[in-house]
Write a protein that binds this ligand. Structure first.
Ligand code: G3H
Ligand code: 13P
Ligand code: ZN
Length: 342
């Protein structure tokens, strides 16, 4: 089947009451790891590429690898999503290439660092919604900024000021007409999220629950959702790595989110940890090896394992063949028939 829209996959997830992991990729082995995990667990798939990934891989390579994935795994509904698009132009280039979903991250200015104004965010996101929906492509937006709590987002503050405000979330959705909303509840990107084991109070789940109550029909997205498992940290450190003690997002918190409207869960760091640990192990145990396949194969296998586990934990396992893919043309016609956002 062709690449499918994120909107369809998330609508189905909402009907079924489950979440879908969105896994970042940069190369062939990562795409293969995810597709194998999906086949094993019979899961729909969201694969996402950041701007960095598009530049690293030369995105046409990545796009054609994704087409290969749809040919080789025809039974798996597969979305190709742009992660953290920094401007309408970046989103447009992904739409033109054939991505079936884009994130316009207007919570930050195009430098990808500086928190933006609400007005800027609405304008940029709405512009992308217009262009994307005309092609049947899905749009994820973000309100509130990731990070915070522990790193204060460089502002010297507590970080709490960058969490999503429920009133603004309602206004933002109404003004943009987006399909999925990323919210900030205290997670951050990367391996160093929390310097001690998170308690039930660490993430601001009550905010998420409040936003879901106010916007029950909107698909919520959790970024920075790697769990940074201790066993993967241990493998890296056992074979010469130097990760500092760190904690990620507990899977139970994500599952609580899924019960409260979270449909897309972004995971990159866990895959990176799995890959790095497996490669370090081969380098350590077999220093005479120099065939890249000798370490890329175990790396791919290690990533597949963690992705398959997450697919099961998020509840998407078993749902790959629940539905037939809708074409982007059908999606575009559906959007065209809907009232425009105000
Ligand atoms: O948003 C963060 C993702 O983990 C992608 O990271 O920008 O290093 O590719 P990246
Ligand atoms: P992690 O760094 O927690 O894997 O988050 C990835 C992410 O949010 C990508 O957009
Ligand atoms: Zn993110």
């Amino acid at each position: 089947m062709p690449l499918v829209s994120l909107r369809q996959v998330l609508d189905e997830a909402a009907k079924g009451g489950y979440g879908v992991g969105a896994f970042n990729v940069n190369n062939m082995e990562q795409i293969q790891a995810i597709m194998e995990a999906a086949r094993e667990t019979k899961s729909p798939v969201i694969i996402q590429a950041s701007r960095g990934a598009r530049s690293y891989s030369q995105d046409r390579f990545l796009y054609h690898l994704m087409l290969a994935a749809t040919e080789l795994y025809p039974e798996i509904p597969t979305v190709l999503h742009l992660d953290h698009g920094n401007s309408p132009e970046t989103c447009q280039s992904a739409i033109d290439m054939g991505f079936t979903s884009v994130m316009m991250d207007g919570s930050l200015l195009p430098d990808g660092k500086t928190p933006s104004s609400f007005e800027y965010n609405v304008e940029a996101t709405r512009k992308v919604v217009e262009a994307a929906h005309a092609k049947g492509v899905t749009v994820e937006g973000e309100i509130g900024c990731l990070g915070g709590i522990e790193d204060g987002h460089g502002s010297g503050g507590s970080g709490l000021e960058h969490l999503t405000d429920p009133d603004q979330a309602v206004e933002f959705v109404k003004a943009t007409g987006l399909d999925a909303l990323a919210i900030a509840i205290g997670t951050s990107h990367g391996a160093y999220k929390f310097s001690s084991k998170p308690t039930g109070e660490t993430l601001k789940m009550e905010r998420l629950i409040e936003i879901h109550k106010r916007l029950p029909g909107v698909h919520l997205v959790m970024h920075g959702s790697s769990s940074v498992p201790q066993d993967l940290q241990d493998i890296i450190n056992k074979y010469g790595g130097k990760l500092k003690p760190t904690w990620g997002v507990p899977v139970e918190e994500i599952q609580l989110g899924i019960k409260n409207g979270v449909r897309k869960i972004n995971v990159d760091t866990d895959s990176r940890l799995a890959i790095t640990g497996a490669i370090r192990k081969v380098f350590f145990e077999k220093p005479e090896e120099f065939d890249p396949r000798s370490y890329l194969k175990p790396a791919r296998e290690a990533m597949k394992k963690v992705v398959a586990l997450r697919m099961t934990q998020f509840g998407q396992a078993g749902h790959a063949s629940d539905y037939q893919p809708l074409s982007l043309k059908t999606m575009a016609d559906t959007y065209a028939a809907q009232p425009v956002a105000v």
